[in-house]
Design a protein around this ligand. Structure first.
Ligand SMILES: [Zn+2]
Length: 353
């Protein structure tokens, strides 16, 4: 079994984490090593669920915060074992996100009396289909262990605070017509032609730019697909326009759907799927202290990330971690040693007071 020295310096620990391969679905060895290391720490209570490990302080502080990171990586691309080149650590998951996991483990090992209680979560299966996501499973089966005032997801963000995330919704707008032989088109009503009205509403739509907790979320409402037609000699009686709405954290999925329906009034609208947005919650005391401690200007997150799973539990969350996000999933991914130290030091300042 691999063993980890979580008291080693953060660059050494990052390399050690990279060298325990943990492609999604195959995290057992790394989860074993993380669990074993955390169980040696008397100031933490540790749990294991599948290949997800949770450890937390129980100091009855007035606030509790979560630091969460996924243990899995995408498949290797000739980038194992780790390599140290100058002030960079190269290797599979260096950036996404073993560097972030190393920072969290270092803090777990060394901040024994944090000013706010801390829950550390190391979970499996983030890089694959959502149903297997370890954080999702934990939030369904043990939501009590994720209860907190604020959460930090250690995704690579080049050590910038990226607050919340936008929600996403897909829906079909159904345009109905009347079928007829195309030789007698006047007998029918062409649903594909009528869809022009739906497309016009979309092209003239002005997406909102919504400030939430001081961050401006830029929405998008777009057709991402269109289908219709019966045969080469038939006036079509139905056309579907699939819409994707990326919505700001001031709207719930229900409100977002209501918005699409009101924009498409007069048409039937069918919801396909949706995922909630997450508010950054930067006005909360734990979050404000976090931003003050780590510095820089927080930025909005436009994609959908696991921070939304915290939002569903009523816990505001941000992304913050070492590594350039655009290096994630590339064969040459690396993390800057300076950024590892910087993240560790700033989070230490926030937790240790
Ligand atoms: Zn990641």
């Amino acid at each position: 079994m691999a063993s980890l020295d979580i008291h080693a310096d953060v660059a050494t620990l990052t390399a050690a984490l990279i060298d325990v391969e943990s492609v999604s679905g195959n995290e057992a060895e790394l989860a074993d090593a993380v669990e074993a290391a955390l169980r040696t720490l008397p100031h933490l209570t540790t749990w294991r669920f599948g290949n997800t490990v949770v450890a937390r302080t129980e100091l009855a502080r007035s606030e509790r915060v979560v630091l969460a990171g996924h243990l899995d990586t995408v498949p290797p691309a000739g980038n194992l074992p780790s390599r140290r080149v100058g002030d960079r650590v190269y290797g599979l998951g260096a950036c996404d996100m073993k560097g972030g996991v190393a920072v969290a483990l270092r803090l777990a090992a060394t901040v024994t009396e944090p000013v706010r209680d801390v829950t550390y979560v190391f979970y499996d299966c983030e890089e694959i289909e959502a149903e297997r996501n370890g954080l999702g499973r934990l939030s369904r089966e043990h939501p009590d262990l994720l209860a907190a005032d604020f959460a930090v997801l250690m995704e690579p963000s080049a050590a910038h605070v990226e607050g919340g995330c936008q929600g996403t919704l897909r829906a079909d707008v159904i345009v109905r017509g009347k079928r007829a032989h195309s030789a007698r088109a006047w007998m029918g009503e062409n649903a594909v032609h009528k869809a022009a009205d739906v497309l016009n509403r979309l092209t003239s739509y002005e997406p909102r730019q919504v400030p939430v907790d001081g961050l401006v979320y830029r929405e998008g409402l777009n057709a991402v697909g269109i289908s219709g037609g019966v045969a080469g000699n038939v006036i079509p009686d139905e056309c579907r326009v699939t819409i994707n709405y990326r919505f700001a954290p001031d709207r719930s999925p229900d409100e977002a759907f209501e918005h699409v329906r009101s924009l498409m009034h007069g048409y039937e609208v069918e919801l396909r799927d949706s995922a909630p947005a997450a508010a950054p919650g930067l006005h909360r005391p734990a979050a404000a202290a976090f931003v003050a401690a780590v510095g820089g200007e927080p930025r909005p997150k436009f994609g959908w990330t696991d921070v939304a799973r915290f939002a569903e539990l009523g816990v505001p969350a941000v992304n913050y971690g070492p590594g350039e996000p655009q290096l994630a999933h590339t064969p040459d991914e690396y993390v800057d040693v300076d950024e590892l130290y910087q993240c560790e030091e700033r989070l230490r300042g926030w937790l240790a007071g």
